[in-house]
Design a protein. Sequence first.
Length: 244
Amino acid sequence: MLYPSPKLVAILGLLALAGYGVYRGSNYLMYRTSLFRAETVRITGNRFIDTQEIRKAAKIDTTQIMYKVNVEELNKTLLKNAYFRGVSVSRVMPATILINVQEREPVFYLADKALYMVDEEGVILKKLPSMPMSKYPLVTGITARELAKDSLALQEIIGVVQKIREVDRNLFSFISEINLGKNHEPELILVKGAARVKIGREKHYQRLYLLSQLLEKEPVVGQLPAIRQIDLTFEERIVLRKKG
């Protein structure tokens, strides 16, 4: 029967001691020092929701060990906030929990008894105080409840706003609101003179381009206070109707 040599026994003994030392050392670092504790919570991506509000909702115990932070559960908790489209939580060693949020951004505001924001997915939520008014168009003529039930009207307004952006973003400086009139057909109401612009339900790209070209003419802009309606629904012509 062969027995290990004293040298091999000594080497094995040293390896065992070294392994035990590593275990005890890592255990000490994990539990007895601040290293590898979730001491820092970093939040990125938020513009409308206050950082402290997110931190409060996350409820991260900054004294616990990093690997004990349940990032999946934290994701679910934060996604309960309707203003978030997405949330990503990750551990950044040695001591940081990184929370990145993707907020819902308004496509337009809806004026009902209160102001609501509507995002590109058609989600309707109360406007937050931190959301700027000047950057997004205002929609009138329909309530939040009606709009939530009428998916066709909802998608049509989102489409009109997106087309205005694509054709000429400068048009928003001329438009005070988008009004849903009879049969929820969108009309643009201009800032200067409150002229109503009929764009119908089709050929929005062509009609918005015509409007953009029209409003580049200084004589036309100067006459806007006297104009009641700009009708773009006719083929190859623009009809201006004056007040009075």
